[in-house]
Design a protein around this ligand. Structure first.
Ligand code: CP3
Length: 374
């Protein structure tokens, strides 16, 4: 695929003239996401805005994270904190994957130390009534106000995001974080018609949410399908891929890079690219060389340092970062990141040093063949 083909490289004609993408289109993140060569490797960290930062804990207090998200000044400041501290090449909007479902009235909260909890989980067709279409200007105006504040402030791209239909469904059906996703899978296998209707609702919500974030000033989007790795490739193809594909298709005209991430998705990476992603996130279980072969040409890779290494400290991080940088930079289209989110126990000094280290990295020149003197 050439550098200018693919929806991720479209000229962003659908976006207003004052959209940040017009001044940030040549930034490191944007070029790497479009598989163009970069002089430095761009780096950001999933969950960079969060509990590992003392300034986050100070600002956040102890209420529900949904209250912090609903306050644009607070949410914008939390988004900016890691950008200032680390000098990363992208900001990720401070929000959560259950915000749209909560905003349309499903009845879900994010409990500190636990995660998303729904008191009345989705178990029957009637429960779909609690998932109407998302009108972002009506249901989540605070998210758009946060994005607008950030668009005026940031000099790196803002990555907007949504939860993928499968991962959001897993929270709404289970009612709480779960390891095996048994109720979710049971619904999927036992009531296929309801499953697909649920996935359609959640796909529409993801599209509406991400479109609105981009129109308000986000320059890229990431679809988080964190728990898709719990599915076999055949089940992913049947029950998930068509819906995630629709999400990517319905964002294509915006011309912004579209990233797709999940954990334990080594066997799904080909499909996660095929549904329309411009960037595929890789966790630490899959070497980047192998991931490259699975996603095919023209798709950028993002990842894949084990977040546990950052808790272990710099001496553990450095050799692993060296290996990842060498593998990632074998071809254009590479963004350094963790294989999942920053863990709360992480010392921010390690991420600060890692950011500088990635920026200082230069790919060794290929060995020249020895020229024998006559
Ligand atoms: O820095 C960022 O990445 C931006 C903000 C962000 C949050 N959640 C804020 C948050 C993003 C991108 C998310 C996405 C998200 N939320 C995902 C996908 C990414 C992933 O990690 O796989 C998922 C699965 C969720 C659901 C969720 N929200 C969980 C599992 C938890 C953890 C619960 C806990 O307290 O340990 C949350 C809460 C949450 N979302 C926190 C943050 C900063 C931490 C809790 C808090 O500060 O109250």
């Amino acid at each position: 695929m050439s550098e200018t083909s693919g929806a991720g490289a479209a000229p962003a004609a659908a976006l207003p003239a004052d959209h940040p993408i017009h001044r940030l289109g040549d930034s490191l993140y944007m070029r790497a996401a479009r598989c163009r060569r970069t002089e430095q490797v761009p780096v950001w960290f999933q969950r960079q805005a969060g509990r590992s930062l003392p300034e986050y804990r100070a600002l956040r207090g102890s209420g529900s994270i949904l209250d912090a998200i609903a306050d644009p000044a607070t949410a914008a400041e939390i988004t900016l904190q890691p950008v200032r501290r680390y000098g990363v090449d992208a900001a990720v909007l401070f929000s959560d994957i259950v915000v749209p479902a909560a905003a349309v009235g499903f009845g879900v909260d994010v409990v500190p130390g636990v995660g998303p909890v729904a008191g009345n989980p989705l178990r029957s067709r009637n429960d779909l009534d609690r998932l109407p279409e998302l009108d972002a200007e009506v249901h989540t105006p605070y998210v758009l106000d946060t994005v607008r504040l950030l668009a005026a402030e940031l000099d790196v791209p803002l990555v907007g995001f949504a939860g993928a239909p499968f991962t959001v469904a897993s929270y709404l059906v289970e009612g709480a974080p779960s390891r095996q996703h048994l109720r979710t899978k049971s619904l999927m296998y036992a009531d296929t018609a309801l499953w697909h209707d649920l996935m359609e609702r959640l796909a529409s919500i993801a599209v509406a949410s991400m479109r609105s974030q981009v129109l308000a000033g986000a320059s890229a989007v990431q679809l988080f399908d964190s728990w898709a790795g719990t599915l076999s490739p055949a089940d992913y193809a049947e029950f998930v891929a068509p819906h995630s594909k629709r999400v990517f298709d319905e964002l294509a005209d915006l011309g912004v890079p579209r990233a797709h991430f999940g954990v334990g998705t080594g066997e799904l990476l080909d499909q996660m690219a095929e549904v329309g992603a411009d960037v595929v996130g890789v966790d630490w279980r899959v070497p980047l060389e192998a991931a490259r072969g699975r996603v095919g040409p023209g798709v950028a890779l993002q990842g894949n340092l084990d977040p546990a290494l950052c808790v272990a400290g710099w001496d553990a991080v450095r050799p692993a970062a060296d290996r990842i940088l060498a593998a990632g930079t074998q071809e254009p289209g590479y963004i350094f990141n963790l294989g999942h989110g920053v863990l709360p126990e992480t010392d921010p000094a390690v991420l600060e040093r890692l950011t500088d280290y990635v920026h200082a990295y230069r790919r060794p020149l290929p060995k020249q063949p020895d020229i024998q003197p006559d």
